[in-house]
Write a protein that binds this ligand. Structure first.
Ligand SMILES: NC(=O)C1=CN([C@@H]2O[C@H](COP(=O)(O)OP(=O)(O)OC[C@H]3O[C@@H](n4cnc5c(N)ncnc54)[C@H](O)[C@@H]3O)[C@@H](O)[C@H]2O)C=CC1
Ligand SMILES: O=C(O)[C@@H]1CCC=N1
Length: 269
C-alpha cells in the first residue's frame, strides 16, 4: 500500500529529512510539505518536486504527519491540525522537549503519536534518530517511524523519559563537535598555520577518530592512551584540558541542554 508522508514545518531539520527520504527512494509524489511562507514552498517544490499544501490539506491526505516546527510553534500548529487529524493517522514529532501527551491531548482521542529526536547528519545519511512511542502508538507505528528515519542513519528506541537526555547528547550533539573543530582551528592559527590548513588537519583528525571509535570496538580511553606517549605532546595537552575543567564543562553543558529540553515541554519556550 502506498503511504503518503507529509512534513509539516519544512525548515532545517524538515528539509534535511525530506532530502534524505528522497535519496532513500521515496517518490516525491508520495511526499507533501507545509511551510509558513510561499517563497519557501516554491523553493522546496523546485528543489525536490514535492507538492506544498496547507496543514489542513496535509492532515487530510497524508497517512503520516511529521511535525518539524519549533517547540514554541507546536501548540499553534496542533490547534490548526486538531479538527482535521483522524485517529487513523500516525503523527511523528521531531520537536525538542514536546511530549507525546502534549500532542495527544490536542488531537482526536486515540491518535497514535511517536516522538523522534533526529540530528542534522541525516543530511549525509549518518543521522541518529532516537524514537519513543506515545500511549496509542503500536509496534507497527514505531517500525514505520524506524523505516522513515532509518533511511537516513541509525535509529534507537528509548523510553520517553530518556528523550530529554537523548536530545542533549544526540540531537544537539553535532553542534558540540563543530564547536570543538572551530576552537581547535583557532589554536592552529595561534600556532602559525594557515586557517585552511588548520581546518583540514582538524577535520581529518575528527573523521579518523570518529571512524576508529565506530569501527575498532575499543573504549575511547584505550584509543586516547594509544595516542598519549610517555613524556610526549599529547599528555601536555590533556593536562591543560583537565586544568581548564573541559570534562566538567561538557558534563554541565549537556545537563543544561537536558534541562532546556524539559523547559520546552510546556510549548511556551
Ligand atoms: N536543527 C536541528 O538540528 C534539530 C531540530 N530539531 C527540532 O526540529 C524542529 C525544527 O527545528 P529547525 O528545523 O532547526 O527549525 P526551523 O526554524 O529551521 O524550521 C521550522 C520551520 O517551521 C515553519 N513553521 C512554523 N510554524 C508553521 C506552521 N504553523 N505551518 C507550517 N510551517 C510552520 C517555520 O517557518 C520554519 O521553516 C524543532 O522543534 C527542533 O527542536 C530536532 C532535531 C535536530
Ligand atoms: O537546539 C535545539 O533546540 C534543536 C533540538 C536539537 C538540536 N537542535
Amino acid at each position: 500500500m502506498t503511504q503518503t508522508v507529509a512534513v509539516l514545518g519544512t525548515g532545517k531539520i524538515g528539509e534535511a529529512l525530506l532530502s534524505g527520504m528522497i535519496r532513500a527512494g521515496w517518490r516525491a509524489a508520495d511526499l507533501l510539505v507545509t511551510t509558513r511562507r510561499t517563497e519557501r514552498a516554491d523553493e522546496l517544490r523546485n528543489r525536490y518536486g514535492v507538492e506544498a499544501v496547507s496543514n489542513a490539506e496535509a492532515a487530510k491526505r497524508a497517512d503520516t504527519l511529521i511535525l518539524a516546527v519549533k517547540p514554541q510553534d507546536m501548540g499553534k500548529l496542533l490547534d490548526e491540525l486538531g479538527p482535521h487529524v483522524t485517529a487513523d493517522r500516525l503523527v511523528i514529532s521531531a520537536a525538542a522537549g514536546i511530549t507525546t501527551s502534549f500532542i495527544e491531548e490536542r488531537l482526536a482521542a486515540g491518535t497514535p503519536v511517536v516522538r523522534v529526536m533526529p540530528n542534522t547528519p541525516v543530511l549525509v545519511d549518518e543521522g541518529m534518530s532516537v524514537i519513543s512511542a506515545g500511549s496509542h502508538a503500536t509496534g507497527d507505528h514505531v517500525v514505520h517511524a524506524e523505516e522513515i528515519f532509518g533511511g537516513v542513519g541509525k535509529t534507537l528506541r528509548v523510553p520517553e523519559s530518556q528523550q530529554d537526555a537523548a536530545t542533549a547528547l544526540s540531537g544537539s550533539g553535532p553542534a558540540y563537535f563543530y564547536f570543538l573543530v572551530e576552537a581547535m582551528t583557532d589554536a592552529g592559527i595561534l600556532l602559525g598555520l594557515p586557517r585552511a590548513q588548520a581546518h583540514d588537519l582538524i577535520v581529518q583528525a575528527a573523521i579518523g577518530a570518529a571512524v576508529m571509535l565506530r569501527d575498532s570496538g575499543e573504549h575511547p580511553v584505550k584509543l586516547r592512551e594509544a595516542v598519549t606517549s610517555p613524556a610526549g605532546t599529547t599528555i601536555s595537552a590533556i593536562r591543560e584540558l583537565e586544568n581548564h575543567g573541559v570534562r566538567a564543562a561538557l558534563i554541565a553543558a549537556l545537563e543544561a541542554a537536558r534541562d532546556r529540553s524539559r523547559e520546552l515541554a510546556s510549548g511556551n519556550g
